[in-house]
Design a protein. Structure first.
Length: 296
């Protein structure tokens, strides 16, 4: 498996040059407390509100290429969101123009992304922003890579983090209303977790090497995000079990429905009743670091 988490020197140099430009689009993103930035194989992915705001890469001529989804570029008027229609045309809708426009309208674009991102993805990013130990999202563990993009069928784990002792841990996050956590037989999430664990075991050395290189990238790239996540370890270790976080349930659901769901998952995974690998918390904001990394 080609599991790379590094950028070429020219790419890093260009990012740092842009960071030094006051109010540049890159400076705004990397210093934004709402942004989570992923390093891939000579790519940068910027996530905001659970959505992929920007993909950044360098082409063969070392020209920076930035891409975003077209849905994120339409700007709603703050005063009147309606546009006029006649028989054959629609009044022009304001759209973000270029990277300078993205910088100018950055708060509006962030709010627009939130309209499209599913709640589960938003929760995952909020958890990642809350804990500085989290260093990756949407982690592809399987699938050939072509130009830095995982092909269809890749297995993606929601989050990866590194404990203060240097142990790499993966997490899958499910909201309570996700049907994958409940079943009269074996919940679908059990199969997901077991598949992930097989891949972690198979590609352990490549994955650890990838994240060791990613931490070294943090030392070289300027900006708040990278400095806030920067830590140094001589060697990383891998926790073999993918932990499951279940959240977004109320007191009634916790009392009457959650016990059956937990029992099905524990039995399917062959985990003990008090296994720290299953984390259930009503609201994600109440999750503490000690519980997230308990026993590791």
């Amino acid at each position: 498996m080609d599991f790379k988490r590094a950028l070429k020197k020219g790419f890093i140099d260009e990012l740092n040059r842009l960071y030094d430009v006051k109010n540049s689009w890159w400076q705004k993103m990397v210093d934004d407390e709402d942004a989570f930035i992923l390093i891939r194989n000579n790519r940068i992915h910027v996530y905001v509100n659970g959505g992929l705001l920007l993909q950044i890469r360098m082409d063969v001529r070392n020209k920076m290429i930035c891409e975003t989804h077209e849905d994120f570029l339409s700007l709603r008027s703050e005063k009147n969101p309606y546009v006029k229609l006649d028989k054959d045309s629609t009044e022009p809708i304001q759209r973000v123009q270029g990277l300078n426009g993205l910088s100018e309208h950055y708060p509006k674009v962030k709010r627009r992304i939130k309209l499209f991102a599913v709640k589960e993805k938003q929760v995952v990013q909020q958890l990642a922003l809350k804990f500085q130990q989290i260093i990756d999202l949407e982690v592809g563990l399987k699938g050939d890579i072509k130009e830095g993009v995982l092909k269809k069928g890749a297995q993606r784990v929601d989050m990866a983090g590194i404990t203060d002792k240097g142990t790499l841990v993966f997490f899958e996050v499910k909201l309570f209303d996700n049907s994958e956590i409940r079943s009269k037989a074996t919940p679908k999430v059990v199969g997901q977790l077991k598949k992930y664990e097989k891949l972690l075991k198979k590609y352990q050395s490549e994955i650890l090497d990838g994240y060791e290189k990613q931490l070294k990238m943090y030392e070289k790239i300027n900006g708040r995000f990278f400095k806030s996540r920067l830590r140094r370890f001589e060697k990383l270790k891998l926790y073999p079990t993918v932990r499951l976080v279940i959240t977004d349930f109320d007191g009634s659901q916790q009392k009457f429905l959650l016990p059956t769901i937990i029992e099905g998952i524990l039995n399917g995974m062959d985990w003990d009743e008090n296994s720290p690998d299953l984390i259930a918390v009503g609201h994600y904001r109440n999750l503490k670091k000690g519980r997230l990394f308990k026993g590791i």
